[in-house]
Design a protein around this ligand. Structure first.
Ligand code: ATP
Length: 341
């Protein structure tokens, strides 16, 4: 059952639409990635869900509550992109202060803080925050987001600008939180981190969701794995229908080698049979799978929406009913979804 539901969310700043027609649902225990280029609307979306800014239109339900309701705040932990801390306080003092704000009993707070800082491997807990490194401060900010033992966590760029060791701790910790049935909304520019930790993602561009699904599903929707079948055929030429890729043609002494690019193993076998039937042979088969980075670049360079890109077009133009009917099992680019409707 979804613990977080977003239906046709929109945010306008003056005449500018930062987020348009955003709809998705997140299951309990999922790590759900929100990715996109600068200015895509990720932080605006996360802030609306955290109840920090009011949506212009649309609705969201987080752990059974509307964002901003005090009852929701008790079940939510928010790690903002920038998290200035009170420099004069120690890590311990700071976290105790926030636990108190959430009415966490002192003993439970102490235990929770100790456990979280232990897991995040934070030393020098009585050092002034102002004297801590960037990575240590980020760990304290993460511990702050957990001080009320929330069900839903929103992590906006949790590991941005941190060294690889600290980053690994944070990614690993995010995974562990999900194993403990915490639900995490995770935004990051590092797509390797996204791919390694997120169960599903949405890709945003110009305020709209332009692709959604697991990384594998999105990869399949964008051509998936390609098979490069190299075949040597004698002077009579290539027996397989279709043009070889010129760049990959390699001339040998007695025969010419062709490269055929196909989309699945059945097609690979068909090429092999045809080549062998004509007296040639397959010399090599290689595969190429697009990285999330490559897919991201492709998706993010496409114009958002399905026409003139106006605000009423494409996914952003969905009615509330359309959005509610969408099953999140669908793993497609939004353009493909448009074509189906
Ligand atoms: N308070 C605001 N007033 C006006 N425009 C805003 C405001 N906040 C954000 N925007 C604009 O809304 C758009 C989306 O911003 P947002 O911060 O959500 O993007 P983002 O995807 O998080 O980008 P980044 O990856 O750079 O953090 C941007 O064009 C931004 O300039």
């Amino acid at each position: 059952m979804a613990i977080l539901e977003v239906d046709s969310l929109r945010k306008e700043y003056g005449g500018f639409t930062a987020v348009e027609g955003s709809s998705f649902a997140v299951e309990r225990g999922e790590v759900f990635g929100v990715v996109g280029p600068n200015g895509a609307g990720k932080t605006t979306t996360l802030k609306m869900l955290a109840g920090l800014i009011e949506p212009t239109a649309g609705a969201a339900v987080v752990a059974g509550h509307t964002p901003g309701e005090p009852a929701m705040q008790r079940r939510l932990g928010f790690l903002p992109e920038e998290s200035p801390l009170y420099e004069e306080m120690t890590a311990n003092g700071y976290l105790e202060f926030f636990a108190d704000l959430y009415d966490v009993p002192a003993e439970a707070a102490r235990e929770r803080i100790d456990r979280t800082l232990e897991r995040l491997d934070l030393e020098h807990r009585d050092r002034r925050l102002g004297n801590m490194s960037k990575g240590m401060k980020r760990k304290v900010a993460i511990a702050r987001a957990l001080v009320n033992d929330p069900d839903v966590l929103i992590f906006d760029e949790p590991a941005s600008g941190l060294d690889p060791l600290t980053t690994n701790y944070i990614i690993e910790f995010t995974r562990e939180l999900s194993d403990e049935e915490k639900t995490i909304l995770f935004s990051a520019h590092n797509l390797f981190h996204v791919e390694s930790v997120c169960d599903r993602i949405v890709i945003m561009n110009d305020g709209r969701i332009v692709a959604r699904g697991t990384v594998d599903e999105i990869r399949d929707a964008h051509g998936g794995t390609e098979y490069y079948v190299y075949a040597t055929v004698d002077a009579d030429g290539d027996p397989v229908a279709g043009e070889p890729i010129d760049d990959d043609r390699r001339d040998g002494d007695a025969a010419t080698e062709y490269c055929h690019v196909v989309g699945d193993m059945a097609a690979v076998e068909a090429v092999r049979e045809t080549v062998e039937g004509a007296g040639g042979r397959v010399t090599d088969i290689q595969t190429e799978t697009p990285s999330l980075e490559e897919i991201f670049l492709e998706v993010a360079s496409e114009p958002a929406g399905n026409g003139d890109g106006s605000a009423s077009d494409g996914p952003a133009g969905r009615t509330g009913t359309d959005a509610a009917e969408r099953t999140d099992d669908e793993a497609v680019t939004e353009d493909a979804a448009e074509a189906e409707t």
